[in-house]
Design a protein around this ligand. Structure first.
Ligand SMILES: [Zn+2]
Ligand SMILES: [Zn+2]
Length: 55
């Protein structure tokens, strides 16, 4: 089992039911993970690869 953490708050999202996972719009290599709560409040995320920041 992978340990997937939210890109914003570093919560282990595997323990949660609702999270989204998508490729970085900046480099398309990085993977962005957002838990439901960060999505709800539109927290910023930062790509680990290219440091792309997005809402
Ligand atoms: Zn989060
Ligand atoms: Zn990126």
């Amino acid at each position: 089992m992978q340990n997937i953490v939210c890109s914003t708050c570093n919560t282990h999202v595997m323990a949660k039911d609702n999270f989204v996972q998508f490729g970085c719009p900046g480099c398309s290599e990085g993977k962005i993970v957002r838990c439901q709560s960060c999505k709800n409040v539109s927290n910023k995320y930062v790509c680990a690869k290219c440091e792309f920041t997005g809402p």
